[in-house]
Ligand binder design. Structure first.
Ligand SMILES: Nc1ncnc2c1ncn2[C@@H]1O[C@H](COP(=O)(O)OP(=O)(O)O)[C@@H](O)[C@H]1O
Length: 291
C-alpha cells in the first residue's frame, strides 16, 4: 500500500492520469491525497471530477477555493467566468451528482497514524489542531446540509480576518473558509491578509507567508497544502509541504510518495495544446493556396 499526495489538478486530467501511471497507482491498494482545486482554469474539469469520484474510498481530498466557487456557480449564486472553463461540467448530464458529491468533501484531512494534515491553503497560525478540526467540521456540516446555498452566498469576502473563539454565524464560517482555502500571507500576529498574491520575497512588510508565522500545530505533524503555485513547492519549513506547482499555468503536476518521500512530476500539456490550436488557426501556406 502506498500513499500518494498530489497538488492542485485544476482540470488537468491528462496530466493527472499520466502522473498516476508513472507510479502504477492502484486504487484497490493505494491511497490518493489531493490538495483541492480539482477544477477550473485547465481544460478538463469534468473528466477530473468524474475520475476522482469513481475512485471512491481510495481518495482523500480537501476542497479548494475554486471547488467552492464551482459550487456557488452551479447554485446560481456566482458568475461562470469563461477563463474557468467550467461550462462542459456545468452542462453535463451528471452535473447534479458530481456537485452533490463534491459539496460533501472535507476542508481538512487528518491522519493520526501517518501524522499528516492537509488543507488547500494551510492551517492558520492562529489555530491549534483542535480548533482547526472544529472549524473545518462546521463548514463541512453546512456544505453537506440542504441550506448550503445560504452559506455559499455569504462565503465571498475577506472579513473578518482575525480569529477569536467568539466569532459566530456566517462571519465565523467565512473566516474558516478563507483560512483553510484562500490564505497565503499573514500579519505577524497571525491575522490573515487576503490581498497579497506576490511571491514571499516581494511581499510588503510586515506580511509573512502563513507557514513562517509561529503557529500552534506540533511539528510532529507534516502539513500538506496546495493553492500557491508561485512557490513552486519551495521555501517552506521542513514539516510543511506545498504541492501546487502550477500545472494549469504550464508548470507541472507534482506527486509525493509519502512512504519513500520520493517526488514525481508530470509536465503540463498546455504548451503543446496551445501550439496545436495555433497551428489549427494558421494552416501552413501550402494548405490554403489553391493549385
Ligand atoms: N470566500 C471567497 N472569497 C473570494 N473569492 C472566493 C471565495 N471562495 C472562492 N473564491 C473564488 O476563488 C477564485 C480566486 O481566484 P484568483 O483570485 O485568481 O486566485 P487563485 O490564485 O486562487 O486562482 C475565484 O474564482 C473566486 O470566485
Amino acid at each position: 500500500m502506498s500513499t500518494y499526495l498530489i497538488g492542485d489538478i485544476h482540470g488537468c486530467y491528462d496530466e493527472l492520469r499520466a502522473l498516476l501511471a508513472q507510479v502504477d497507482f492502484d486504487p484497490q491498494q493505494d491511497e490518493l491525497w489531493l490538495t483541492g482545486d480539482l477544477v477550473a482554469r485547465g481544460p478538463a474539469s469534468l473528466d477530473v471530477l468524474r475520475y476522482v469520484k469513481s475512485l471512491g474510498d481510495s481518495v482523500r481530498l480537501v476542497l479548494g477555493n475554486h471547488d467552492l466557487h464551482l459550487l456557488a456557480v452551479y447554485a446560481g449564486i456566482s458568475r461562470n467566468k469563461p477563463k474557468d472553463r467550467l461550462t462542459p461540467l456545468l452542462e453535463a448530464d451528471d452535473a447534479d451528482e458530481l456537485i452533490n458529491w463534491l459539496r460533501r468533501q472535507p476542508l481538512l484531512q487528518v491522519d493520526e497514524e501517518k501524522k499528516l494534515l492537509m488543507a488547500h491553503a494551510g492551517i492558520t497560525p492562529q489555530w491549534d489542531l483542535e480548533t482547526a478540526k472544529m472549524c473545518a467540521r462546521e463548514v463541512e456540516a453546512v456544505l453537506s446540509s440542504d441550506s448550503y446555498p445560504l452559506f455559499l452566498d455569504a462565503m465571498y469576502g475577506d472579513m473578518p480576518n482575525n480569529w477569536t473563539p467568539e466569532l459566530s454565524g456566517l462571519a465565523r464560517l467565512r473566516f474558516s473558509t478563507n483560512a483553510l482555502t484562500r490564505m497565503r500571507f499573514c500579519f505577524p500576529n497571525g491575522q490573515l491578509d487576503m490581498i497579497c498574491k506576490e511571491a514571499p520575497d516581494s511581499a510588503p512588510p510586515p506580511l509573512k507567508p502563513w507557514f513562517n508565522v509561529p503557529g500552534k500545530i506540533s511539528s510532529d505533524y507534516t502539513q500538506i497544502f496546495g493553492h500557491w503555485a508561485s512557490l513552486e513547492g519551495k521555501g517552506t519549513p521542513e514539516h510543511v509541504i506545498g504541492l501546487d506547482t502550477g500545472c494549469c499555468w504550464g508548470g507541472t503536476l507534482t506527486l509525493l510518495h509519502w512512504e519513500t518521500q520520493q517526488y514525481f512530476v508530470q509536465a503540463s500539456n498546455r504548451e503543446q495544446a496551445m501550439a496545436e490550436s495555433v497551428a489549427a488557426l494558421h494552416p501552413p501556406v501550402n494548405d490554403v493556396i489553391p493549385e
